[in-house]
Write a protein that binds this ligand. Structure first.
Ligand SMILES: [Zn+2]
Length: 421
């Protein structure tokens, strides 16, 4: 009997990835099916369904689940789920597909990733897409104000751009996944499935595990969060996004090297596991915080560290909305339908010169003049422009890696600063 938290949905790990003879047979069949091109986001979602990261989902959502997830954070059957997982097609492609057809899904690299049995088609008008964006991506931050949101979001919100850029018809149905892309080759020992992380945690005898979500290079503030978690849980899972980010963000290879260096120099190795997951960022702020907790539960994680502006972009979300949303979501009675992974809410952390160490708004009584406020955006901006990084922002060993990366960059992307950082 495992001491780990059960996967979300009450059905164990639901893995759509085929293996062995079944995989070979399905690949052969896929070659003869109608091909449909999918986006990077859909590709990441498929791999998560393949490896059980999106348990209990076994395919792309139909209209009833799409609508209920947007409105109530619940799938059609009443299981908690925070954000739509949908697949879109051109009207012409969709018209050529009949309900009951099987189709092959081809990713942007030309690889056939899955087959899908189409059980439902539903049109997504411009108004439907806008409604999804307002439900899922419009927050309580300044840039989400009614008179500003659409103007700014179309320019600056990658999640909104992704939804608005979807094609006109959503196709729904169960999938059979044929591969994991090149993540295993690119990130050996780091990219792992929920079954693999669970096996590692069980071998270590852990039952309470906190996950630190990372998409920026790990700086002092992240290190501090991970160490607080290490003090109150059996172990910490430093779990990086290895899917696509927005331009100007730092590639996963570089971020993983930074984490390795930090673990080597500043952590008790027995208490930390590093992992990577294949999703693209949706930048959905609070809803993405919930998604992070949901799929972490599948990875065996019982506490999701949620700091300031978790999964945010620009000023679309309130700084701590991703924490408070955990108190507002529906909590079905049935353990299988409820989100069991809890947030580990930690206030804004920084280095304080007077405290002479890392501190948070809950522990440090001093004013801003003695605090070194840390943010990934600020760090990327300083490194990108070649200006000095203030003391205590990051560990020197990590800055060496990042400076080397920026020195080798040919095309620099301007990093936009927002009011709150
Ligand atoms: Zn202080």
């Amino acid at each position: 009997m495992s001491n780990l938290i059960a996967p979300h949905g009450g059905k164990g790990l639901v893995c759509a990835l085929l293996e062995g003879a079944a995989l070979e047979a399905e690949k052969q069949k896929a070659a003869g099916l109608k091909q449909l091109s999918i986006s990077g986001r859909e590709n990441g979602d498929l791999i998560m369904m393949g490896i059980g990261g999106f348990s209990p989902l076994n395919g792309f959502m139909g209209k009833a689940s799409w609508k209920r997830v947007c409105e109530e954070y619940l799938l059609e059957d009443g299981t908690f789920w925070p954000i739509p997982v949908t697949l879109s097609a051109d009207k012409a492609d969709a018209d050529a597909i009949n309900i009951g057809d099987e189709i092959a899904l081809v990713n942007p690299d030309g690889e056939t990733m899955a087959t899908m049995k189409v059980e439902e088609k539903f049109e997504m008008s411009e108004a439907d897409k806008k409604w999804e964006c307002e439900k899922c991506y419009k927050g309580k931050g300044e840039e989400s104000a009614d008179d500003k949101f659409w103007e700014i979001a179309m320019e600056d919100h990658p999640g909104v751009q992704m939804v608005m850029g979807q094609k006109d018809v959503n196709l729904a149905g169960p999938v059979k996944v044929l591969g994991e892309g090149d993540f295993r080759e690119r990130f050996p020992g780091v990219y792992m499935s929920p079954a693999e992380s669970r096996a590692i945690f069980e071998k270590k005898g852990w039952s309470t595990i906190a996950a630190l979500q990372l998409r920026n290079p790990m700086h002092r503030s992240h290190e501090h969060l991970a160490k607080i978690a290490a003090d109150v849980c059996d172990g910490v899972f430093i779990h990086s996004l290895v899917g696509a980010l927005k331009p100007g963000d730092i590639p996963a290879e570089v971020r993983i090297e930074c984490i390795d260096t930090l673990i080597d120099g500043y952590f008790v190795k027995e208490n930390v596991v590093q992992g990577g997951y294949p999703l693209d960022m949706r930048y959905a702020g609070p809803r993405e915080g919930l998604l992070h907790a949901t799929f972490r539960q599948n990875y065996g994680v019982s506490k999701m560290i949620i700091g300031r502006d978790h999964a945010g972009v620009g000023d679309f979300y309130g700084l701590f909305d991703a924490q408070t949303i955990f108190d507002e979501i529906p909590k079905p009675e049935d353990d299988g339908k409820r989100l069991l992974c809890e947030p580990l809410k930690i206030d804004w952390t920084f280095y304080c010169k007077t405290c002479d160490g890392m501190a948070s708004l809950r522990t440090c009584p001093h004013d801003d003049s003695v605090r070194v406020k840390l943010s990934g955006t600020k760090l990327r901006k300083a490194l990108s422009e070649g200006t000095e990084v203030v003391d205590h922002f990051g560990r020197e060993e990590v800055l060496v890696i990042l400076r080397k990366y920026y020195a080798g960059l040919k095309d620099k992307v301007e990093i936009k600063m927002h009011n709150k950082v």
